[in-house]
Design a protein around this ligand. Structure first.
Ligand SMILES: [Zn+2]
Ligand SMILES: [Zn+2]
Ligand SMILES: [Zn+2]
Ligand SMILES: [Zn+2]
Length: 244
């Protein structure tokens, strides 16, 4: 597209060519490595797929994505197929969608992509209707921090872990004042704190610990494991809930 076919404009062609080379060079300088490397990686991944080594293929595809290479046109299909075999159905569906978006019906693997889309429907439905796994199909397990209790203890901030606070009736003095009939101030023992000036912390009730929503599971009691779900059984809660 950069070459003018007419010989009468040689200087013009020369300038355009130099410009094209400069643009090509700067583009390649940004998108770091060259096409040969990606093609070699693609071939390696496909070889691994043919051998049924989908884990190895997965590793190579991830290197292509993370390596900031220009993604080959057919790559999302191969990656989707690999992820299907690794039972990473949600991820597989994402790459398949990408593939069909990029290539529409013009891709070399359009028919295969459509077939894979059909094969994915059932496992994706199973994931969506399962309460034991997240939407990617990974099994929930009891939260490692609260063991499914949804709350954790932390030192009481209100009393700074003292278990007691200054009495609000006598402002910590232990004494309350009253004016008698002669308008003279009388001092009396504070009934609320029995003259001590301190009362039991209303937040932790003297335990020095307060119960807060577990920050790890955000109060769900569960977290996602790295195990793919078989959609059978129930979440194994190892502890009774506090307060029951
Ligand atoms: Zn938790
Ligand atoms: Zn008091
Ligand atoms: Zn407290
Ligand atoms: Zn499940």
């Amino acid at each position: 597209m950069c070459i003018n076919p007419r010989n009468s404009q040689k200087p013009f062609i020369y300038v355009v060519l130099v410009f094209c080379i400069m643009v090509t060079f700067s583009v390649h300088a940004q998108v770091k490595p060259n096409l040969g490397t990606v093609n070699r990686m693609m071939n390696d991944a496909k070889t691994q797929m043919d051998k049924g080594n989908y884990e190895s293929a997965n590793v190579i595809f991830r290197q292509i994505i993370e390596g900031n290479y220009t993604i080959p046109q057919e790559m999302p299909y191969y990656f989707a197929e690999t992820l299907y075999h690794l039972e990473q159905y949600d991820n597989s569906a994402n790459f398949l969608k990408k593939y069909l978006e990029i290539n529409r019906s013009g891709g070399d693997h359009f028919e295969a992509a459509k077939a894979l889309e059909n094969k994915l429907a059932e496992p994706l439905l199973a994931i969506r209707s399962c309460q034991l796994c997240d939407r990617k199909g990974y099994r929930y397990e009891p939260c490692s921090k609260c063991h499914g209790e949804k709350i954790t203890e932390k030192s009481c901030q209100f009393c700074k872990s003292r278990g007691e606070v200054g009495c609000t009736t006598c402002m910590g003095s232990g004494l309350v004042t009253r004016r008698n009939v002669f308008n003279i101030i009388e001092y009396h023992e504070c009934a609320k704190c029995s003259n001590t000036g301190r009362t039991i912390c209303p937040v932790c009730e003297g335990t020095k610990q307060e119960l807060i929503t577990c920050m790890v599971c955000k109060g769900n009691g569960t977290q996602v494991s790295d195990q793919l779900c078989d959609h059978i059984g129930e979440i194994n809660h190892t502890h009774e809930k506090i307060g029951n």
